[in-house]
Design a binder for this molecule. Structure first.
Ligand SMILES: [Zn+2]
Length: 445
């Protein structure tokens, strides 16, 4: 039987597995779901990967209290390359229960897609790994390691810390971070860049206390007006993010993000235009982007005829690959201070920072993956960026500078990950499992 036929023959089992796994509400927040659910999901993963030959497999508690599953299948000998397979078994909460058309924790087929929380992110990728490994059987010339974490959606950094403390355990030549997706159903893609981020809080202070706007308004400096002026300098008329000293004319060289698809994905109101003078993919994946996350000032109801002595805003800057996040933070702080009007005091506090990520794509693992994707999908693999960050990728890159890091998976745009009515296309599981299996057969360093 060919590998394609073996994968096809395993899809009933993939459905059964995903049904069992989706039925476990493994939200890693004890305030929302009992921790036993996460434990159940972790043990399910241990059990299933033990069935496909993983040994030394079990749970490792991480610093945030979550448990990561680690296992290995080191049967190919010390000269063969080692591949680390990654996924996570925790899921986002269902959010608005009423917005779901099917029960969130019951895998339900509608028009050929399988619906349920985690069906794609990331339990679909766990089942993809399993299907690839079952199809391969013993026909495997690489060593395998497996890490399936239990708190990815919480952002509490359990696995990041675990990697730093256990570098030898997870060391590999290629790392398949399977928690992203294709450009569209049937269009194979690797995600090769992730934006970094900087969060700061900026305060503008002009007076020592409130003043009556009738008695003082005019000559008296206004803290809120000063903040508005400062914030307005962060974008130009076209909507480009314009921070002094920070490049904002980069271009994206991978697959484009069609503007109509973006308009619909982002649910723009009628008449609203897209920002910036680059393409959607330039603006989203190649250039910096500033967002005002919040402003402290009097709310409309309860506000009085008073000049505000001070106001503050929380800002989020997305940092594109190729730009150092520390330099971007320095530029943002200098820009905010230089933009202070009327001699008002502008103070900036730093809050959080994360570097962007860019995969090295020229190595043997990427070549093997491209060939495997072409064979499984019948078309060339494209490359995507992702606007958000996956801090774990930076930890992998820093800990294993020679490893090739590959981001892929079953989470294409229709999967609606993190939203109500998440789903997975079983065809994506089948094609990606086939691509993964071919990759594992062919990859040589
Ligand atoms: Zn995920």
């Amino acid at each position: 039987m060919s590998l394609v036929e073996r994968v096809q023959g395993l899809m009933n089992q993939a459905h059964a597995d995903l049904s069992e796994l989706v039925a476990i509400p493994s939200v890693a927040d004890p305030r929302q779901y009992p921790p036993e659910e996460c434990l159940k999901a972790a043990n399910w993963v241990v059990d299933r990967f033990a069935q496909v030959g993983f040994t030394n497999i079990g749970l490792h508690e991480t610093i945030d209290g979550s448990k990561a599953v680690y296992g290995e299948r080191l049967t190919a000998g010390p000269d063969a390359p080692t591949v680390l397979l990654y996924a996570h078994y925790d899921v986002q909460p269902p959010l608005d229960d009423k917005a779901w058309h099917t029960p969130p924790f019951q895998l339900t087929e509608v028009n050929g897609r399988w619906y349920g929380r985690g069906a794609a992110d990331c339990k679909g990728n766990i089942v993809m790994h399993l299907t690839a490994l079952r199809a391969l059987g013993d026909d495997l010339a690489v060593n395998l390691k497996l890490i399936v974490e239990g708190s990815e959606e919480q952002g509490t950094g359990g696995l990041e810390d675990f990697v730093e403390k256990n570098p030898e355990l997870l060391r590999a030549d290629a790392i398949l971070v399977c928690d992203t997706g294709n450009a569209a159903v049937g269009v194979p893609a690797a995600t090769i860049t992730l934006r970094g981020m900087v969060n700061v809080v900026v305060t503008a202070e002009a007076l020592t206390g409130e003043l009556h706007s009738g008695m003082f308004g005019g000559p008296a400096p206004d803290g809120l007006a000063a903040l508005i002026q400062v914030l307005s300098t962060l974008r130009d008329a076209a909507g480009n993010t314009t921070i002094t000293g920070l490049e904002h004319d980069q271009t994206w060289h991978g697959a484009p993000y069609p503007p109509d698809q973006f308009r619909s994905d982002a649910s723009l109101v009628d008449g609203a235009g897209l920002l910036g003078d680059g393409t959607v993919s330039d603006m989203l994946w190649a250039r910096p982007a500033i967002t005002v996350l919040g402003i402290d000032c009097p709310p409309v109801v309860g506000s009085a005829a008073a000049i505000q002595p001070r106001a503050r805003a929380r800002l989020n800057l997305r940092v594109p690959p190729g730009t150092d996040a520390v330099k971007a933070q320095d530029a943002l702080i200098a820009h905010l201070q230089a933009a202070a009007p009327w001699g008002v005091r502008v103070r900036v506090e730093t809050e959080a920072i994360g570097q962007p990520f860019e995969a090295r794509t020229g190595g043997p693992a990427y070549r093997a993956l491209s060939a495997a994707m072409l064979e499984a999908f019948g078309r060339e693999m494209t490359t995507l960026g992702q606007g958000g960050s996956i801090p774990l990728c930076n930890v992998f890159a820093a800990t294993y500078p020679d490893a090739e890091i590959i981001l892929m998976g079953v989470e294409e745009p229709l999967a609606l990950i993190h939203a109500p009515n998440e789903s997975v296309d079983p065809g994506e599981i089948a094609r990606l499992a086939l691509a993964e299996a071919r990759f594992l057969q062919r990859y040589r360093t």
